[in-house]
Design a protein around this ligand. Structure first.
Ligand code: EPZ
Length: 432
């Protein structure tokens, strides 16, 4: 049996939870460690599957990777022996595309499988490729792999992104930091993890300006040196716990966060009538008993994150009245609504718009995670539902949440990780 989360809902979450390092920043930073022959130490690294797959892939190509503790890793890439990254796991994660930018930047060549990742839309990488070509690389798709080569080295260029893309912005930065001359990238993504990857590269001696604005300017340097760098807190993990607190009508202090990064999420929870108290490095969410509906539209940062869309939708599914949720980043990100319907929600989807009619209560059911954030949202639903909920296919959730069930249990949730049918059965009997 694949592992499941099994839970009995109905208990408001109470207490304190500490947020880990940002997965999506960590993935870019790990690839960035390839750009120097000196030791790179990364701290506050989340111990989640996608990160561990990236580290394993680094090992496969000859980097020395050692964990000094659960959240700190040392990477020495001086003996990297190949520019082909390929193992069965790397194909499954989206961020494998960062190896193209990093290997191309360092060795002027890369051969990496076309990325996988969560099935939330078509997810092309044309903007990444456009950037690499502008920097002077040939890029071909061969046998399911991206083969890039810059025989005469990379040269700085002026690149305008047609789509605001997190991945393309980071990937082009990775390739351009060691290119000759100046690169200007316009219409870039501004997410906190873009700024974090830029800060990391600058701590290695790169010259990147403007991260966090629409235009990034990079002056190529000849070499990068080692560094010791701590990853920022995960905006989406924090937002997920904020929604869990609100939806369960709980009271939770969420620690180790950057409240500025959470503003779009706080704004929506406030509009719904919840109380949000901000501290320097924490937010407290007090869920209101009677929550109001509100409309949400996902947008690139500083807009409402697409990675929080399923979690806020579940929260709205328990508000009084109807809300409209518009998904404008990924076309296929409402698939979980059918799972949620099994728990008694009333949501109608038409294309990229969901009309959410709030219900008084949800009821426990057996549901499938489908993707990382949808999975987290279904867990929130299960914690608010009457009776027992089983969330299957939790491998997706473990890609991005470290010990999700332990953190929730720390807040008083009745949730367990079931390894076997016997575990699940035992839980159900106890829940009777
Ligand atoms: C990153 O994906 C994140 N993944 C996603 O996190 C997140 O949902 C997404 O950014 C948006 O914030 C990682 O960081 C590993 P994009 P990415 O390029 O880079 C279109 C999670 O749950 N586009 O910003 O793949 C694309 O189709 C996940 O942690 C092109 O058209 O997203 C989409 O509509 C899942 N051409 C939009 O841009 C391109 O070349 C934004 O995608 C690239 C993207």
């Amino acid at each position: 049996m694949e592992q499941q989360f099994i839970m009995r809902g109905g208990r408001p979450l109470h207490g304190e939870v500490t947020i880990g390092g940002a997965k999506n920043a960590a993935l870019g930073i790990i690839a960035g460690a390839l750009l120097t022959d000196e030791e790179v130490i990364i701290e506050n690294l989340p111990d989640v599957r996608d990160v561990n797959v990236m580290l394993e892939a680094l090992r496969e190509i000859g980097a020395r990777v050692s964990r000094t503790d659960r959240h700190t890793v040392s990477i020495l890439a001086s003996e990297v022996s190949g520019v082909s990254v390929d193992d069965e796991f790397i194909r499954r994660i989206r961020a494998s595309y960062y190896f193209i930018g990093a290997l191309l930047g360092k060795y002027q060549r890369a051969n990496v499988p076309l990325p996988g990742g969560c099935a939330i839309g078509s997810r092309p990488i044309d903007q990444h490729i456009k950037g690499f070509r502008a920097l002077g690389s040939e890029v071909q798709i061969r046998n399911g792999c991206v083969a890039a080569e810059a025989e005469e080295g990379l040269r700085g260029a002026h690149i305008y992104l047609d789509v605001v893309s997190v991945g393309a912005t980071i990937n082009i930065m990775l390739a351009a930091v060691l290119a000759e001359g100046r690169t200007i990238i316009e219409n870039v993504a501004k997410e906190p993890h873009i700024v974090d990857v830029a800060n990391f590269l600058n701590s290695m001696g790169a010259n990147i300006r403007g991260a966090g604005t629409d235009t990034i300017r990079i002056r190529g340097v000849r070499r990068l040196h080692g560094t010791s760098y701590a990853v920022i807190p995960d905006q989406i993990e924090a937002g997920t716990f904020m929604c869990a607190a609100a939806a369960s009508r709980g009271d939770v202090l969420i620690k180790n966060v950057i409240p500025k990064h959470l503003e779009s999420i706080s704004a929506k929870l406030l509009e719904m009538g919840n109380t949000i108290i901000e501290y320097d490095e924490a937010v407290r969410v007090i869920g209101s008993v009677m929550q109001r509906p509100t409309d949400v539209k996902t947008l690139p940062y500083p807009g409402f994150p697409t990675d929080m869309q399923p979690q806020i939708t579940v929260t709205l599914a328990l508000a009084r009245g109807s809300s409209v949720v518009t998904e404008s980043i990924f076309e296929n990100r409402f698939r979980y609504v059918d799972e949620l319907a099994r728990m008694g929600s009333r949501i109608k989807v038409d294309g990229n718009v969901a009309v959410v009619e709030g219900v008084k209560r949800l009821s426990g059911a057996s549901v499938n995670a489908l993707d990382l954030r949808a999975g987290a949202a279904l867990v929130i639903a299960g914690l608010c539902a009457e009776g027992v909920t089983t969330v299957n296919e939790i491998g997706y959730i473990q890609r991005g949440y470290e010990h999700f069930e332990e953190k929730l249990r720390g807040l008083g949730a009745e949730i367990e990780l079931a390894d076997s049918e016997r575990d699940a059965q035992r839980f159900r009997l106890r829940a009777l």
